[in-house]
Design a protein around this ligand. Sequence first.
Ligand SMILES: NC(=O)c1ccc[n+]([C@@H]2O[C@H](COP(=O)([O-])OP(=O)(O)OC[C@H]3O[C@@H](n4cnc5c(N)ncnc54)[C@H](O)[C@@H]3O)[C@@H](O)[C@H]2O)c1
Length: 316
Amino acid sequence: MYDNKVLITGGAGFIGGHLARAMVALGYEVDVVDDLRVPPMVSPDGSAKLLEKPVLDLDEDDLANVGIVYHLASHKSVPRSFNQPLDYLDNIDSCRHLLALCTGVGTPKVVVASTCEVYGEASVLPTPEGAPLAPRSPYAATKVGVEMIARAHQRAEGAPEVGIARFFNVYGPGERPDELVPRLCANLLVRNELPVEGDGEQRRDFSYVTDTVRKLTELATGPLAAIVNIGSGRSFSVNDVVRVLQERSPDARVVRKPARINEIREFRADTKLQICQIGDLPGQTSLAEGIRRTFDWWADRDPEEILRRLFREESN
Ligand SMILES: NC(=O)c1ccc[n+]([C@@H]2O[C@H](COP(=O)([O-])OP(=O)(O)OC[C@H]3O[C@@H](n4cnc5c(N)ncnc54)[C@H](O)[C@@H]3O)[C@@H](O)[C@H]2O)c1
């Protein structure tokens, strides 16, 4: 049955895992595609069917009767993309293959995940969808490529309805510690340290993962905008996040690290189109509450496992 079946690429990952569980809870039949190239923090729980393979190995049978595809699978680390840029070309090729398959089988709707990183250092804040694309990393450049493939399908006759969702910074339980919030939580727990890159005044538009997932599930129910920002519309600095965690552990040591290459000073979403498309959803999680919940999730984990995870991310 068309409307009820969902396929989520990257569905064993951080956002995809939360989305898969939410869609199952809403009564959808969910298939997850993930080759587990990065070990998930939370193992797929069996409520969704796992197709353990790369997107490039999907075939028409895998898409049969799917009503909506969420294409989240991606290499996504900004620093790693400077060291291993060729790996990131897979982001573009996978999107091309998936959209060709969806066109072939007549999949009605596809949501393609992109990122605020495509704006680079935006001259307008909050940044609307029409702002120029100025990527500052190989990762962001491949997401521009992914968007261009998606845009081409938006213009092609017989292609699915394709919507590009530009996520800002999503955080919460289940994210690997190569990203800001989990890295701070994990380091605080096992080293009593809070590593801060640069001066910590770089600002991000943070969304707690379940809030982002609610927005994504809403996209399944109405027409898709060609491109929509998925963010909170507010920005906080890294130092703001550190201050929330210092309330938990006032004697934690802030450890200064070198700034990243091409670090962006601020991301902040213009959310007018998002609100037009899916409404102004009530009950969004505050930064302090979201950070506390994320920290509590980390605090429930085995310290040995946290150290292993940190070591893996730091040596990559
Ligand atoms: N987390 C954020 O703050 C954020 C911000 C902006 C954009 N995004 C985008 O959202 C999407 C999901 O991000 P996430 O944080 O959940 O990432 P994640 O790394 O936790 O999950 C991605 C998953 O995709 C899988 N994968 C990658 N390439 C694949 C391929 N070709 N075939 C099969 N599986 C593949 C990985 O094994 C992983 O499980 C990505 O497209 C990312 O670029 C995320």
